[in-house]
Design a protein around this ligand. Sequence first.
Ligand code: SF4
Ligand code: SF4
Length: 454
Amino acid sequence: MDYLPQILFLLVLAVTAFIMYKRISRIKSTIQLGRPLDRSDNPGERFKVMTLVAFGQKKMFKRIVPAILHLFLYVGFVLINIEVLEIILDGLLGTHRLFAEPVGYVYGLLINFFEFLAFAVIVACVIFLIRRNLLPIRRFKARELTSWPKLDANLILVIEIVLMLAILTMNATDQILQTRASDLAAAGMHAYPVTGALFFSSWLVPLFDGMNTQSLVVIERAAWWFHIVGIFAFAIYITYSKHLHIFLAFPNTYYSNLNPKGEMRNMDEVTNEVKMMLGMPVEGADQASPAEIARFGAKDINDLTWKNIMDSYSCTECGRCTAECPANLTGKKLSPRKIMMDTRDRAEEVGKSIASGGKGLEDGKFLLDDYIQREELMACTTCNACVEACPVNIDPLSIILQMRRYITMEESKAPASWNSMYSNIETSMAPWKFPPTDRFKWADDLKKESSTEK
Ligand code: SF4
Ligand code: SF4
């Protein structure tokens, strides 16, 4: 019977690990539905970008107050996990505060530091809840941020507050129990290891001080279980939520586009075709059967690259991109945040369908039209402001351009004004309808004018 809590803990841990494994495998295989893209070059530069942008939160510091609050959440999340490691070992080994004795007095300092982080996380979450729900901030009121995305953002903040309160409750009751060694011995229980005074949880001590030892043990254990099971459930929930960026921000920034912003990639298939027409050497032309081109541009997620899909899973739905988008600011339907959310929704739908033996990509739906409307795509000015603004180096423009390529090259349904510009470029090598020979005609009149003036 003494081992029952350990067996129960092992069971909870195993179920969590299994669900996480299944979920991560599914996200990985959904990302792999995208087209291949080689981002293995320049590992040193990539590591630097990841360290600065994901680890150092470089782009967050453009706005100092939200950046500091976000930093508390981020550091709190990372460092409090050290305490979670101790809790997991305690759960498996049936110990209590395993690290207290070997670490000595430093242990009390560490727990005080974790409590400071827990308190800072609570303050940051409360401020974020107020900002998100009560203040008139435009990017939190957009049409794509209603229903589930809005609930998801609020849920995460509330869950974080509740989990941090559980830590403080656990530590408050623990502190009182540390002074009740004789009561615990009389009840046949082990003494609680002494941690020294814990600053933030001592604020809650008056709430529990008058309780008897048995009740305190029950509350302390309940808070302990609530905290760890809550963390396991939170870890699973994250994989369904926008908070997946906590993990994906690292690979996503590592595989960032290192080329200068605005540089558009030529389509190899078209470049090779032109080279062949001009009799120029073509890379890979000696291959027995060159890969068939499935489609020009992108109609669905499998036409996008794996990085585009990873981008969509890494999106925090913060809306910084949409707040900078000139098309959105002038009232157009386009929101780069919605482009990313739609891409993830479609990827999730297809991934789920494939995993359950459904129709997958053959379900008669497409990213274009069923999720992202043409009007949105056509409103983009290709200014790159969204790419610049994104704190985790997501590139919504890449998806927009690939989908516009599909509309233009596969359907020939670009707006009429664009089509005439394309044919002018083809025939006149300029967007205007004048042959190159007439290009300097305007200067003839100037010559005439200057000679009559003389
Ligand atoms: S590139 Fe397009 S989507 Fe991005 S900010 Fe500019 S107009 Fe908006
Ligand atoms: S694409 Fe980047 S900036 Fe836009 S909502 Fe997602 S994380 Fe925020």
